[in-house]
Design a binder for this molecule. Structure first.
Ligand code: FAD
Length: 465
């Protein structure tokens, strides 16, 4: 017999879970959420938000180094890494409290404990105070997220071999660091540690950093990181990681040549695995594909009444994708007909300096898709606002269908790239063509003028280059 009954029970309160819960409540459903860590999940507590706070610190440290350029004389100064971490923790705490506030506002019950499914409508919650049984009259939403992966045979001890979980909590920094994996998480931490004087080496098995980005973006970021003193090595396989006294040995295979690197610490950033263990999914017939929960367009799993959103479903493991899926699940449960998530139009963002953002197809992917493309590029060196800001590194690149002008993909390396990308996100949702972008007046001087100019360039009409 259930202790409490709700229309919907959501397991996990990261961006997928908390957004689904709020949207369900807005649609008149009685909602309980279950969380075994902190409200807000990985994103608010250990992922997106604390890392952005650290990157802001790194940006300020970089600006202090450039003070002369702005005619500012700075006396003796010191960048205290412990305080950067403490600030980042305060920012995360504030955001997690914000989720609790939103739950109270929307009359959502929050239960602390580990949730698992006893049947398709019964959720057991094991908390500090004992076991509670919840009935989900309409649906259960799985939003249990993901956890860091490691390489086979390499244990993450959060001391010498750390994951992002350890990195966002540790107030000391190593003298030297090997980052394994040059995806967004690896490159963001490499940038933070570099700014704080750590000798950083980034290792990537694939031929380029940020391997999911357009080749030009990867090349530019590798160049700029190298210029700032980060050692970037791509196409190298890590064979063995051996923690020793005071240092870690990292054996690599670089195109057939074995080499051993040593560093005070290793940061494992090789991706994340969905958290599905112990949820009781197999017994209920929820189907999985390579460890990820399989869902249909309304986020329902193979079992009617069980939905899954966010990292646990794979595809792009991003907070905004999780939130969009949360809304779709909630609306479907409430009996609406939600528009499915458009996975081809999810912005991808890396918040290192300069930032990297993209949407849609890379130039190579568009060509591989058989499209005849026109490409327009605009460098930030030719953008007045970027010059005034002193942030001229990078470019904006538009890839369009040559015949129709359809915007197939946009790739940005540069200041506020992660904000600029949304012009094209909206444009693509509205199926805007190059012509429509160029007939939109962009204010001067703005970074957004680079969007206009790259679009003009794709039509052979760029003015300022
Ligand atoms: P999560 O945020 O992972 O939350 C799931 C929650 O469920 C967790 O709190 C977990 O403890 C809880 N849980 C799991 N199992 C149970 C259970 N059985 N019972 C109760 N509770 C349970 N994405 C971006 O879009 N932008 C970024 O800038 C960005 N930066 C990142 C930086 C780092 C270092 C990391 C690690 C990730 C980053 N991400 C970023 C990815 C982003 O954090 C995830 O995509 C997002 O958090 C996924 O949301 P979610 O709701 O699926 O799950």
């Amino acid at each position: 017999m259930a202790n409490q009954g709700f229309d919907v029970v959501v397991i996990g309160t990261g961006p997928g879970g908390y957004v689904a819960a709020i949207r369900c409540a807005q649609l008149g459903l009685a909602v309980a959420t279950v969380e075994d860590d902190r409200p807000g999940g990985v994103c608010l507590n250990w992922g997106c938000i604390p890392t952005k706070a650290l990157l802001r610190n790194a940006e300020i440290v970089d600006l202090f180094h450039r003070a002369d350029e702005f005619g500012i004389t700075v006396g003796e100064w010191r960048a205290d890494y412990a305080q950067a971490i403490q600030r980042s923790r305060r920012v995360a705490d504030r955001m997690a409290k914000g989720v609790e506030f939103l739950f109270r506002k929307n009359k959502i019950t929050l239960l602390a404990g580990v949730g698992s499914l006893k049947s398709k409508s019964i959720v057991e919650v094991k908390g500090k105070g004992g076991v509670e049984i919840l009935e989900a009259r309409r649906a259960v939403i799985l939003a249990t997220g993901s956890e860091p992966k490691s390489l086979p045979g390499v244990a993450i001890d959060e001391t010498q071999v750390i994951s992002s979980n350890g990195a966002v909590r540790t107030e000391t920094r190593p003298a030297s660091l090997v980052v394994i994996g040059a995806g967004a998480v690896g490159m963001e931490f490499a940038d933070v540690y570099r700014a704080y004087g750590v000798e950083v080496t980034v290792l990537e098995a694939l031929p380029r950093v940020l391997p999911l980005e357009d080749e030009e973006a990867s090349a530019q970021i590798a160049r700029l990181f190298t210029r700032r003193g980060v050692t970037v090595r791509t196409g190298v396989k890590v064979v063995k990681v051996t923690p020793g006294k005071g240092s870690v040995a990292v054996e690599i295979d670089a195109e057939g040549t074995r080499e051993t690197l040593t560093a005070a610490q290793v940061l494992m950033a090789v991706g994340r695995a969905a958290r599905t263990k112990g949820l009781g999914l197999e017994a209920l017939g929820v189907t999985m594909d390579r460890g990820l929960v399989t869902v249909g367009p309304t986020m329902e799993t193979a079992v009617k009444g069980i939905f899954a959103v966010g990292d646990v479903t794979g595809r792009q493991m991003l907070a905004h994708k999780a939130m969009a899926e949360g809304v779709v699940a909630a609306e479907a449960i409430a009996g609406r007909s939600p528009r499915p998530v458009d996975y081809g139009n999810v912005p991808s963002c890396t918040y290192c300096r300069p930032q990297v953002a993209s949407i849609g197809l890379s130039e190579a992917a568009a060509k591989a898709d058989g499209r005849e493309v026109s490409v327009g590029r605009f460098p930030f060196t030719a953008n007045g606002k970027a010059v005034a800001l002193g942030e001229t590194e990078g470019f904006l690149k538009v890839v369009a269908d040559k015949r129709t002008g359809e915007i197939l993909g946009v790739h940005i390396v540069g200041p506020e790239a992660t904000e600029l990308i949304h012009e094209f996100a909206v444009g693509r949702t509205l199926e805007a063509t190059l012509e429509e972008i160029i007939h939109t007046i962009h204010a001067h001087p703005t970074l957004s003028e680079a969007s206009l100019e790259a679009t003009l360039a794709a039509l052979g009409q760029a003015i300022h280059i």
